[in-house]
Design a protein around this ligand. Structure first.
Ligand code: ZN
Ligand code: ZN
Length: 369
């Protein structure tokens, strides 16, 4: 069957013939892949910054943002049936007994580093025709979400961050832990850095959580992403025309910052104007570039004197996948046009190498199978 693979030794990215997988345990499910999203991680893999083939293979089948349709299930599969749509989790647990994170099903917090990530690290991914995986690593997606289900995985990045933010927020003595999901950001201001797919999906998460939400990104207004932000109910501000000092003056106390662009300079600039009791969440992965100057005294002073929390968030647990699927249905009702327009291009698998190696514009590009 067809697959898109990278060959780290020869630095090739190409369409290959890959053996079709078979169900080998009673709890496995076979999926026909429908769509696979392309993101910055894939670009890093196809430019050989990372990406590791499984042991014994000279290539890695890439793709981790999936949407598939179940074609076959093992005899002990209970909750998934042929015809269902499903999205697969990306990270699988490490084998070590002492890894409490993995043993509890929280491999997103694996501390041994021996986890695998499908399409990224030591396990083949989803940019291929069929995939077989254990039922417990799949999440069923309602049929109504067929057109946007491929956005589940990028949305989990924001969902996990939001879950962490909510846990951290509860350190404040007056926060009621039973506050409904829609009210958690009430009276607070969120600043999203970056207007890519994760930034825009994050904007939806924060607006839906009640935050007054701003997006601080490069392109000057007017631009199509700024229009989407406004349609979601956020405010778009360009960092080309508004300095962080002006931003702080305009917005007031920034209670939450969510970095989704991997742009460290802007991130540390915004950190200088972060508000009291605020949280700064990093979710983007910057390319390694030359070091930049940062006023560390000022930043630490503020972290201490303003009770700030700065944290990073990677990958997602099952709860984040479930939240993403739930929220996609909410977003589809609330912003049907905007949600659809996040997917800006569909490419047949034969064109995937050009898509991965080129500089296709748009927001989220998807490979169809
Ligand atoms: Zn991704
Ligand atoms: Zn582990």
């Amino acid at each position: 069957m067809k697959a898109i693979a990278i060959f780290p030794k020869t630095h090739e990215v190409k369409l290959i013939d890959h053996e079709e997988p078979k169900i080998t345990t009673p709890t496995q499910v076979k999926l026909r892949m429908l769509e696979v999203g392309v993101c910055g991680t894939d670009k890093k893999i196809t430019s050989f910054q990372f990406g590791t083939p499984p042991a014994g293979s000279e290539y890695l089948v890439i793709g981790h943002e999936s949407l598939g349709e179940v074609v076959e299930v093992g005899p002990e599969v209970r909750d998934i049936k042929p015809g269902d749509l499903a999205v697969m989790v990306v990270r699988h647990p490490c084998p070590h007994e002492y890894c409490r994170a993995c043993r509890m099903g929280h491999q997103d917090f694996c501390f041994t580093g021996d986890f695998t990530e499908l399409g990224i690290k030591e396990a083949h991914g989803f940019m291929t025709e069929f995939v077989v995986a254990e039922e417990r690593h799949m999440n069923v997606v309602p049929r109504e979400l067929r057109d946007v289900g491929v956005l589940t995985e990028p949305l989990t990045v924001a969902e996990k961050a939001m879950a962490q933010i909510w846990q951290i927020q509860q350190r404040l003595p007056w926060i009621d832990p039973h506050t409904s999901a829609q009210m958690r950001g009430k009276g607070l201001k969120a600043m999203v850095l970056g207007a890519g797919p994760v930034g825009l999906l994050g904007t939806m998460v924060f607006v839906a959580s009640g935050f007054e939400t701003y997006v601080y990104s490069r392109s000057k207004v007017p631009n199509p992403k700024a229009d989407l932000v406004e349609e979601i109910g956020g405010k778009y501000i360009s960092n080309e025309t508004t300095s962080v000092e002006q931003l702080a003056e305009q917005v007031g106390n920034i209670d939450l910052a969510f970095e989704a662009a991997g742009a460290s300079k802007v991130a540390f600039d915004v950190m200088r104007v972060l508000g009291t009791n605020a949280i700064f969440a990093f979710a983007g992965v910057p390319d390694l570039k030359a070091p930049i100057k940062v006023d560390t005294d000022l930043l630490i002073r503020d972290h201490v004197l303003k009770n700030q929390v700065v944290f990073g968030s990677v990958n997602a647990d099952t709860a984040a996948f479930e939240a993403a699927i739930r929220d996609l249905a909410v977003f589809k009702q609330r912003w049907p046009q905007v949600l659809r327009s996040l997917i800006t291009g569909y490419y047949p698998i034969e064109q995937a190498p050009q898509l991965l190696l080129g500089s296709a514009g748009g927001i989220k590009n998807v490979v169809t199978l």
